[in-house]
Write a protein that binds this ligand. Structure first.
Ligand SMILES: Nc1ncnc2c1ncn2[C@@H]1O[C@H](COP(=O)(O)OP(=O)(O)OP(=O)(O)O)[C@@H](O)[C@H]1O
Ligand SMILES: [Mg+2]
Length: 273
C-alpha cells in the first residue's frame, strides 16, 4: 500500500558523474567518495486504478535532486495523473510513493485557478495559510514575501490588479510565483506553457529555466523543443506505463531511440513531422 515516509535503505546509485544532477562520485578535492545523494521522490512499482481502470502501471522511478525531468507521451498516456501521484494528490492503489522528509514540493496545474482578488493577495493568502495565519504579524510578513515573489516573476506592476483580469501568460507567471513563494525544493509542472502565445511561452519558459537552476523539476510537455531546452532526463509514457527513461541527449539521439525504444521513436517522429 501507499506510504509517504522515507526508507533509509533506499539509495540512488552513484552512476551520474560530477556536475550532473544527483551525481555521486568523488568529493571535489578528490579525497575519497562522497555519500550517494538521496532521491527527492521515489515510486516503487506504483500502480493506480481510477474508475475501475488501471491508469498507471508498474511505475518504478527515482527523482534525484537537481534533475529536470520531462514527461512526454500522447494525450491520455498518464502524464497529469503521474504528476498528481508524485505530488501526493492521488495515492497508489498498489506499490508505494516515498518522499524525502523535509523536501517541500509544489505543483502547477495546466489551468491555474486564480482567486477573485488581486494578484498580490493570490500569493499573500497562500503564504498566510501556509506559514500559519494565527501567528502574530503573519499577514504583513506574507504581503512582504508576496511582493518579492511578484518581483521575481516580473509582475510587481500588476500587483493590485484583479488576478482574473491578467492575461494567460501573466496568470501562469502569477501561479508560478504562488508555487515558489514558500521555497519548494521540487516543482511539478503540468504543461506550464500550453495555450500561451509564443511570446508568453518564451517568457514562462525562461522563468522555468531560471527556477531549474536551484530546484528539482518534473514537467509534462507536448513541446519537444522545450523538452530539449529544459530537461536533463526524459520519461516517455504510453497507456500509463513508462516505456523509456533516458538522459535528454540519448532521448533525442537518432541512433539510440529507434533501436532501444521504437514506440518512443514513433512518438517523437509523429510530434516533429
Ligand atoms: N478521475 C479519473 N477517473 C477515471 N479515469 C481517469 C481519471 N483521471 C484520469 N483518468 C484517465 O487516465 C488516463 C490518463 O489521463 P491523463 O490526464 O493523466 O493523461 P495525459 O497524459 O495528461 O493527457 P493530456 O496530454 O491530454 O494532458 C486517461 O485515459 C484518463 O481518462
Ligand atoms: Mg495532462
Amino acid at each position: 500500500m501507499s506510504a509517504t515516509c522515507w526508507q533509509p535503505s533506499l539509495r540512488v546509485s552513484a552512476g551520474a558523474g560530477l556536475g550532473q544532477p544527483g551525481g555521486g562520485g568523488r568529493s571535489p578535492g578528490g579525497r575519497g567518495p562522497v555519500p550517494p545523494v538521496l532521491p527527492v521522490l521515489t515510486l516503487n512499482n506504483a500502480r493506480l486504478q481510477l474508475g475501475g481502470a488501471w491508469v498507471l502501471r508498474d511505475i518504478v522511478l527515482s527523482i534525484r535532486p537537481g534533475e529536470r525531468v520531462a514527461l512526454v507521451g500522447a494525450n491520455g498516456s498518464g502524464k497529469s495523473t503521474l504528476l498528481r501521484l508524485m505530488h501526493g494528490l492521488l495515492l497508489p492503489t498498489e506499490g508505494e510513493r516515498l518522499a524525502q522528509p523535509g523536501c517541500l514540493q509544489a505543483m502547477l496545474f495546466q489551468r491555474p485557478h486564480m482567486l477573485r482578488t488581486s494578484a498580490l493577495n493570490n500569493v499573500a493568502l497562500a503564504l498566510w495559510l501556509r506559514r500559519g495565519w494565527w501567528r502574530w504579524g503573519a499577514w504583513s510578513a506574507s504581503v512582504a514575501l508576496a511582493h518579492q515573489a511578484l518581483a521575481q516573476v516580473g509582475l510587481l506592476d500588476q500587483a493590485h490588479k484583479p488576478a482574473k483580469t491578467l492575461s494567460g501568460g501573466q496568470q501562469q507567471r502569477l501561479a508560478l510565483a504562488r508555487c515558489c513563494s514558500f521555497g519548494p525544493d521540487l516543482l511539478l509542472l503540468d504543461e506550464p506553457t500550453a495555450s500561451l502565445d509564443p511570446h508568453a511561452k518564451r517568457d514562462v519558459e525562461a522563468l522555468i529555466a531560471e527556477l531549474g537552476q536551484t530546484k528539482t523539476l518534473v514537467f509534462a510537455s507536448h513541446n519537444l523543443g522545450q523538452v530539449k531546452r529544459l530537461a536533463t532526463r526524459v520519461l516517455y509514457l504510453e497507456q500509463g506505463r513508462v516505456l523509456a527513461d533516458l538522459p535528454v541527449h540519448e532521448f533525442f539521439n537518432g541512433q539510440v531511440l529507434p533501436r532501444r525504444y521504437p514506440e518512443a521513436h514513433l512518438f517523437v517522429q509523429g510530434e516533429t513531422t
